[in-house]
Design a binder for this molecule. Sequence first.
Ligand code: ACO
Length: 311
Amino acid sequence: REAAGQAYFDRIISEDSRIEPRDWMPAAYRKTLLRQISQHAHSEIIGMQPEANWITRAPSLKRKSILMAKVQDEAGHGLYLYSAAETLGQSRDQMMEDLIAGKARYSSIFNYPTISWADMGAIGWLVDGAAICNQVPLCRASYGPYGRAMVRICKEESFHQRQGFEILLELSNGTPAQKQMAQDAVNRWYAPSLMMFGPPDDDSPNSKQSMAWNIKRFSNDELRSRFVGMMVEQVKVLGLTLPDKDIRFNEETKKWEHGPLDWNEFKEVLAGRGPCNSQRIERRREAHENGAWVREAAVAYARKQAEKVNA
Ligand code: ACO
């Protein structure tokens, strides 16, 4: 059965078709998907915090409703992704426990503080921009539930990016102090957003196998380079600059290049020593504990409904 399963799996992958939850799959494929999808789900959930920090201080009612809707969208993304991960056999409770115990990874980017309103613009433009660049190819991931979840997520991310761009554009066209605030936010978020794509290719242990399995379609450096190429044009429209004097288009390789990134900082953040790591996990734990009564009520309600049907 194992051999037949492997042959089926190999054929599906070589045809660039999709593996579904009930199909046989190699244990390592399941493990890598669980790793990536759960980390992705955690990122969406932890990613609500830096922006939630500004909901009460949004500069107008309109901005406040947009920001609330955006943060709710991120919660929704986390939920689709937890559902996709559950189809691989891991319970949501277990994933949540790992997250609040500090055992699970989530994106490095969400361990940086949001210190001004312009950070809402920079997150939307740069962070969600990087997320789209990384996630559009994931819509074609070989695992069905993951690819399908990504389609909807990417549509919403596009809207998020536009709203971030628009916040920065308005600030950039505002008073000199507002323009400075926008530039400062771009300066702080630029390098961390480039690091979202993961370590350089020669230091990325998972890429090769994930690409062979059609989970990842492009390498970390390839996507990072594309992202720089997109941002370098958009920043001109904003009337701002990217804090990187080394950006250039390499005519020989036909790729965008950027200046050096501080990979030590990246490793520190991954090791739990970024500016906000402990605060993010603490807040998540608190929210989870405070939400216990909602989960209990939902279970009690479901039980009652089931009893009614069975009665
Ligand atoms: N933040 C935290 N951890 C990271 C990051 C990052 N930006 N980049 C890489 N890592 C981790 C990997 O998870 C891996 O750790 P593990 O082996 O302990 O699981 C390790 O660093 C080595 O990296 P790679 O071998 O390059 O790992 P991988 O092939 O999984 O590539 C990537 C990393 C590109 C992030 C991939 O997992 C991916 O595309 N994930 C889906 C997208 C995603 O999670 N986005 C979250 C942020 S976007 C948002 O939520 C708005």
